[in-house]
Design a protein around this ligand. Structure first.
Ligand code: DGT
Ligand code: CA
Ligand code: CA
Length: 571
């Protein structure tokens, strides 16, 4: 069983935490964390890359040292550095560090001064008042710790690529034990939500119990929560829960419909069935006890007088009424995408030279790619100043002279400064084919100020696209406080496009926001923000999200051939 990227990432995160508690070099801990994020975001498994002979040291943030460590983890399933740290340091540290206000430094104090080794030890220390003896544990912090210990753990959601890696391996394992039946993941995963709460697996088999047994014996299972004849629920080592349901072939479509959800969509469908005097449940569509439909999912929609609803639309956001009129949007598909409009090279914080990024974009079947390295303010990303950007423009011209049937658009991801002005002079921006503008600092301005700042940036007619418009990072950072509706209206008035950033940590615009943008007639660019050739593969997550936002090819500027695109990015 190959080691998953998520597991390696988890090992690196744990290592970083333990090193921090030990008071190790902060650069080392940061390197582990960075590598963990990179691994989580990889579209391919590190194990597969290694067996294909790819050099992991070429990944961003992963040098030769870490590449070697990953290779040995893949080979042995263990990380020796982490193991020796664990031997050195006590028990439940991960959980203890996660208590708000605690962090590695204070945990070190707890270990050294009070000999704390578990969450229970912390609880006792709080109760007995022994924390009062320690420096840096004031009454406010103690209250926070007590509150955190009393609270049930928040329900965690998992980002789609992470869930996908888990699902792929799991499905492969389950299929291995089936004699040709179906095995699919339904639920929010099938609806392609940006995060999923758990994996709802549906299988058909004449021998239901055997499928459940096989799940219970999957080697990534940490805990079997329930194991019955047709339902099995387990928690995997990564913490994600799996709900397995095994049904008969004749109920497959009905069960798939039911477990794909959403719950709100199901309820609306059930009401339509009831209006016709029928009954709809996970076993089929029935008139009294006679089955009307059940095996293919599409058959149920048809019998209910509805157009087939793609899973991404099943949120009861108006799709049912349109399906009744056979008027659902014809959703954009990955194959409609003709280029990527937000791509970094090693001129700023990307990994690959421009020519390599272009080559990789072309290999995806694209006609064009916009090169949009950072501007000068983002010094940590080696942002380009006027002189370097002018040099880059010349280099791209040279490259385009050599490329046939593919165009690198000259662009920049220009920083929006605090007052809404741009980080490069208009005279330089005017020489570019496309200007993507983005906020990268001062996330905490008051709502009005932040909104004005962004609108002011779009006032500049050289700005073609507003990148990752709300700045949210899933499960990490909320959107900055802006009036999204005002920003969208301003974009519409100015003929500025909005980005749907396909990076799975961002997926910004959200589905709901993308739908609102479409309703206003704002055009969208689905772009990967790739910092490596591998990053170009994130496009499909952007397309998933766009579909959830009801977008059609016409709403998305990078479905257009180059000549038409050029008109849309010139204001
Ligand atoms: P998640 O896991 O939070 O990301 O979201 P879902 O949509 O996967 O929800 P989950 O796992 O609780 O349930 C899977 C599907 O099962 C859900 O989309 C619809 C169906 N379902 C669950 N509970 C109910 C219910 O009470 N009524 C109906 N009609 N359907 C339900
Ligand atoms: Ca689910
Ligand atoms: Ca579930």
């Amino acid at each position: 069983m190959p080691v998953h990227n998520a597991e390696i990432a988890e090992m690196f995160d744990q290592t970083a935490e333990l090193l921090e508690i030990k008071g190790d070099n902060p650069f080392r801990t940061r390197a582990y964390r960075r590598a963990a994020r990179v691994l989580e975001g990889l579209p391919k498994s590190a194990a597969a890359m290694l067996s294909a002979g790819e050099d992991l040291a070429e990944l961003p943030g992963i040098g030769h040292d870490l590449a070697g460590k990953i290779a040995s983890i893949v080979e042995t399933g263990k990380f020796d550095v982490l193991q020796s740290l664990k031997r050195e340091l006590p028990g439940d540290l991960g959980e203890i560090v996660a208590i708000p206000g605690l962090g590695p430094k204070r945990v070190k104090v707890l270990i050294d001064e009070l000999g704390v080794r578990s969450i229970e030890d912390v609880r006792r220390a709080v109760k007995s008042g022994r924390l009062n003896e320690l420096r840096g544990f004031g009454p406010k912090l103690q209250k926070n710790i007590a509150a955190a210990l009393a609270k049930p753990v928040a329900v965690k959601r998992f980002k789609l690529p992470f869930a996908e890696a888990e699902a792929t391996a799991l499905i492969e394992w389950l299929r291995g034990g089936l004699d040709g039946g179906q095995v699919v993941v339904a639920g929010s995963f099938r609806r392609r939500r940006d995060t999923v709460g758990d994996l709802d697996v549906l299988a058909t088999s004449a021998n239901a119990a055997a499928v459940g047994d096989r799940l219970a014996h999957y080697e990534n299972v940490a805990q079997v929560i329930a194991h019955g004849p047709t339902r099995t629920t387990v928690v995997l080592r990564s913490g994600i829960q799996v709900d397995l349901r095994v049904v008969e072939e004749k109920s497959y479509g009905a069960a798939l419909l039911y477990f794909t959800g959403s719950k709100a969509h199901n309820i609306a469908l059930r009401n339509i069935a009831v209006d016709r005097g029928w009954k709809l449940n996970e076993y089929g569509l029935f008139s009294k006890t006679r089955s009307i439909a059940g095996a293919p999912e599409a058959e149920i929609y048809k019998k209910l007088g509805l157009q087939f609803v793609p899973p991404e639309l099943r949120e009861d956001r108006g799709e049912i009424a349109l399906a009744q009129k056979n008027a659902l949007p014809k959703l954009v598909q990955l194959s409609d995408i003709r280029g990527d409009l937000h791509v970094h090279s090693n001129w700023s914080d990307g990994d690959a030279p421009i020519a390599e990024m272009a080559q990789a974009a072309r290999a995806r079947g694209y006609e064009y790619m916009a090169l949009t390295d950072h501007s000068r303010r983002v010094t940590v990303a080696h942002g380009l100043d006027r002189a370097r950007l002018l040099r880059q423009i010349r280099e791209v011209d040279r490259l385009n002279g050599k490329l046939r049937g593919f165009t690198v658009l000259k662009g920049v991801e220009v920083d929006i400064l605090a007052d809404g002005s741009l980080d490069l002079p208009d005279e330089v921006l005017s020489r570019l084919d496309i200007v993507v503008a983005a906020v990268h600092y001062k996330f905490d301005l008051p709502r009005d100020e932040q909104t004005e700042r962004i609108i002011r940036a779009m006032d500049n007619p050289r700005v073609s696209v507003l990148a990752h418009p709300t700045g949210r990072l899933i499960e990490e950072r909320g959107p900055y406080d802006i009036d999204v509706d005002r920003v969208m209206k301003a974009a519409k008035e100015r003929g500025c496009c909005l980005e749907l950033n396909a990076e799975p940590d961002r997926l910004d615009l959200t589905d709901v926001a993308a739908k609102a943008a479409k309703a206003l007639g704002v055009k969208i660019a689905i772009s990967t923000d790739a910092h490596s050739t591998a990053g170009l593969a994130y496009m499909r997550y952007g397309v998933d999200q766009a579909r959830r936002g009801w977008l059609e090819p016409d709403d998305v500027i990078n479905t257009r051939p180059l000549r038409e695109l050029k008109k849309l990015i010139r204001r």
